[in-house]
Design a protein around this ligand. Structure first.
Ligand code: FES
Ligand SMILES: [Fe+2]
Length: 401
């Protein structure tokens, strides 16, 4: 458990983004790869993740297999091939054919007896399918049971699980949307009146506007997560002598704040954290009676595949179910995921708009972030198992020996 002293000691730290967090992500973890329904019987599917190109197809048992996309023969993309024989993939170039373990099983235009066949092997990656999502293990060491890396919300049968899910490529290094989970930027970046928020009392339109946070503190930490909160939130407006002015400026809708007191949310929140991040690359925020969770999967150094899950209580009646789907698909998805995250957040930090290569001067607002970069990162399984973050494989993984 981090003490306040430890938190304070982290203030005013000059620190780069990648001292302990690898640019292409920690590798000794399961990551979501793609939705299982995308993988049919004939056409393989290409997915780039953690700096490597993978190809997904169904093996002879119908299980989804993942191999390095680069053919061990002469480096063509297996994902451009087809499945000539059930449960295998045939390279589009010279027709060498591989099974779900990556072993060459035929050299179509070479010969049925080709001596090279036993020596051609493409690296295969362990996969597991859960909730219609294919998870991939790209670590060097043996995989842990998938449940160890699955966010606990999925196994809670009272919640909606993967029902409200959105997957999108974001043009940013994975660490930035991760840092967002605990940097409390929302009080400035998302300060503006958002049209959609006019329609729902839980959102800031009816809330007292925060003047300042008083910094951030760590309220709980565990082996693979940290929970943060703002320290001493002040409402109304505050005078900043250095700038010679007050912020926020008075606007008429802030006068509606007392309404929030009458209609304040009284339901019992079922989560005990406010802002949370979890290794390898998960963030959670509570919004009203829901949890907004994102799982960032590094693609390249400048791109991440972001899986956003919205967890709410399962509805009890058919009407509740209909209402909840309308709530999500017509309002929540647009208000939070599209407008707030993909338009307001992303435009600030996407590639070339944020410099992650110079050291950052971290202060009281960044206690959680400093903790992630310096301490939580070093508790990653990569450090425990390998002593250092894992590296992507070379572009071809031919095992000719
Ligand atoms: S490059 Fe794949 S078969 Fe030759
Ligand atoms: Fe944000």
């Amino acid at each position: 458990m981090a003490t306040t002293e430890e938190s304070l000691e982290l203030e005013k730290v000059r620190m780069g983004a990648f001292e302990f967090t690898p640019k292409l992500g920690f590798r000794e973890y399961w990551y979501p790869g793609l939705e299982a329904k995308r993988v049919g019987k004939k056409k393989p599917v290409h997915v780039e993740m953690l700096g490597e190109d993978l190809v997904f197809f169904r093996d002879k048992d119908g299980k989804i297999a993942a191999l390095s996309d680069w053919c061990p023969h002469r480096g063509a993309r297996l994902s451009l091939g087809v499945s000539e024989f059930p449960g295998t993939i045939t390279c589009p170039y010279h027709g060498y054919t591989f099974d779900g373990k990556g072993q060459c099983v035929a050299g179509i235009i070479d010969s049925p007896e080709s001596p090279i066949i036993p020596y051609l092997h493409s690296r295969s990656y362990p996969t597991e399918e859960r909730y219609g999502i294919v998870f991939v293990w790209m670590g060097k060491t043996d995989p842990v049971p998938l449940d160890e890396d699955m966010p606990e919300e999925f196994s809670d049968s009272t919640l909606t699980g993967r029902r409200y899910m959105r997957t999108k490529m974001w043009e940013t290094n994975w660490t930035e949307p991760m840092a967002q989970g605990i940097d409390f930027h929302e009080f400035y970046l998302h300060r503006q009146l958002n049209f959609w928020r006019l329609f729902h009392w839980r959102l800031p339109f009816f809330r007292p506007r925060l003047a300042y946070t008083g910094g951030v503190k760590i309220v709980e930490d565990g082996e693979n997560y940290v929970n943060c909160k703002i320290t001493e939130p002040q409402y109304g407006t505050a005078y900043h002598p250095g700038a010679g002015g007050a912020w926020p400026k008075h606007t008429w809708w802030r006068k509606l704040a007392p309404i929030a007191k009458i209609k304040a949310y009284r339901g019992k929140p079922w989560v005990t954290y406010d802002h949370n991040i979890q290794l390898p690359s998960i963030i959670r925020t509570t919004l009203g009676a829901s949890v907004h969770m994102r799982w960032q999967v590094p693609i390249t150094e400048d791109e991440s595949r972001v899986w956003t899950f919205t967890f709410v209580r399962k509805p009890k009646t058919i009407f509740g179910d209909i209402y909840q789907r309308i709530w999500y698909y017509l309002w929540r998805k647009w208000d939070i995921i599209v407008f707030t995250n993909e338009l307001e957040d992303l435009v600030v930090f996407k590639k070339d708009r944020l410099n992650l290569d110079t050291p950052h001067m971290l202060g009281p607002m960044d206690v959680g972030l400093a903790y992630f970069r310096r301490r939580l990162a070093r508790r990653a399984r990569d450090y425990q198992r390998l002593g250092a973050p894992g590296e992507p494989e070379a572009r071809t993984t031919s095992n000719v020996n």
